[in-house]
Write a protein that binds this ligand. Structure first.
Ligand SMILES: *[C@@H]1O[C@H](CO)[C@@H](O)[C@H](O)[C@H]1NC(C)=O
Length: 417
């Protein structure tokens, strides 16, 4: 204020009004140039702030913190660890704000403007954008069922390491199992209502009976190479009964929104079609239709939807079974009624974080296989043939060596229960 007042006075004199009569000629010359200097200083300071406001995201944090007001709310996420995790989960009536993660942190974060927690400096969702590219979602309602709650919680470390928001539906939205479609449409619809550069790019659905085994596998590895496969909007897996939609990945776009609307409405529009597995069959019917089919890729089941491995896990090369280093295990079958026990066992293996299971993606067969897969798809080979071939490949050459120490990222949120 003081400076501004002085500058006003300066200008006053510059305009030649009320100049004191005793001022010399020299004084009159020096005075305006000093005034100009001050003006340039103010202009420079003004430009500094103006540029800062426009480009706040690109300035180093040490500069950004001197800016007068927050830059569209993103300043809070510019930090060394660059963890975007909870940024998009605030003020959202639909999204369960990572309930499990919240519970495990000491004091619940009540200040929504500062939802960050410090994460290890590992590969992040995106190096350049504060908005996560991948999200995960699931549903579990009714009385909390410990085996399923533990299975859902097994995803937390994965989510924290890579900055994936986790959307968990806790209410029955639509009759039967159709809440799954309803929930996916809810999430995708909310994303589509945001400016494009702030949206999730991909969403992974996982049933609540999946145990996350290797948190070091980023979801980016699976997605189709751009721009060659930018028309592929969905990655699904078949088991021997056809589509298994326990885990799949879908691009966040209008295509997906309409696909689920279509799948959700099949019963109403074509009641003559038998839906043996209700919502799963609804989705299977929808993606078989030509308009949708050309944008769906069938990938090897064990990539992200494998069933528990056999006893001899080292030599279990079945397409349908997860193996050491796989992202997760899906406990789809419960014919013997032992699902809770199986989930508890594998949940413990996951928690033990052994080097055999929990290892960097480079030390698994994923990268080679995924590259080979898209290469073959590009050559026009049928999915079924590709999956048979790739699905049975061994991972021996990637097996963790006995006694070999693998540098594991340590997440603050690592659970010990
Ligand atoms: C997990 O680790 C503990 C301690 O090393 C061990 O006793 C237990 O058998 C392990 N659990 C499984 C399922 O491997």
């Amino acid at each position: 204020m003081h400076l501004a007042g002085r500058m006003g006075a300066e200008r006053h004199s510059h305009l030649g009004q009320r100049l004191p009569t005793h001022q010399t000629h020299a004084n009159q010359r020096r005075h305006p140039s000093a005034g100009r200097l001050i003006k340039y200083c103010f202009l420079a300071i003004f430009l500094f702030f103006a540029i800062g406001l426009l480009h706040g995201k690109h300035l180093s944090p040490s500069v950004v913190k001197y800016l007068p007001i927050p830059v569209d709310g993103t300043i809070g996420v510019i930090q060394e660890t660059g963890a975007p995790v909870a940024e998009l989960q605030t003020n959202n009536p639909f999204e369960t704000p990572n309930a499990e993660v919240e519970e495990e942190r000491e004091p619940p974060v009540s200040d929504e403007s500062n939802p960050e927690y410090n994460l290890p400096n590992v590969q992040q969702n995106s190096a350049t954008s504060p908005y996560p590219k991948f999200g995960k979602c699931t549903a579990s309602f009714g009385e909390p069922d410990p085996p399923y709650e533990n299975a859902i919680a097994s995803h937390n470390l994965h989510n924290e390491l890579h900055g994936y928001p986790h959307y968990i539906l806790r209410e029955h939205m639509i009759r039967g199992l159709w809440s799954k479609h309803g929930w996916i449409m809810t999430i995708i619809g909310k994303e589509l209502a945001k400016p494009e550069d702030q949206r999730l790019k991909w969403l992974m659905w996982h049933d609540r009976d999946t145990v996350l085994m290797n948190p070091q596998i980023p979801l980016d590895v699976f997605v189709p190479p751009e721009p060659q496969f930018s028309h592929i909007h969905m990655l699904v897996t078949n088991d021997r009964h056809g589509l298994n939609n326990g885990v799949f990945m879908v691009r966040v776009n209008q295509w997906a929104f309409k696909l689920f609307a279509s799948a959700l409405s099949i019963r109403e529009y074509q009641p003559e079609i038998p839906l043996k597995y209700t919502e799963q069959s609804g989705m299977e019917e929808a993606i078989k239709r030509p308009w949708w089919a050309k944008s769906v890729a069938y990938v090897p089941q064990r990539w992200f939807n494998g069933f528990p491995p056999d006893e001899d896990v080292m030599h279990d090369h079945t397409l349908a079974h997860s193996r050491q280093g796989s992202l997760l295990i899906h406990f789809a079958s419960n014919r013997d009624g032992l699902r809770p026990e199986r989930m508890a066992h594998w949940g413990e293996v996951a928690k033990n974080r052994t080097v055999e299971w929990d290892r960097p993606v480079e030390e698994t067969g994923y990268l080679d296989e995924v590259a080979m897969y898209w290469d073959k798809v590009g050559k026009g080979e049928p999915f079924e043939k590709i999956n048979r071939e790739i699905g049975h490949r061994g991972w021996e050459r990637y097996q963790a060596k006995e006694g070999k120490k693998v540098e594991k990222p340590k997440a603050k949120g690592k659970k010990e229960k």
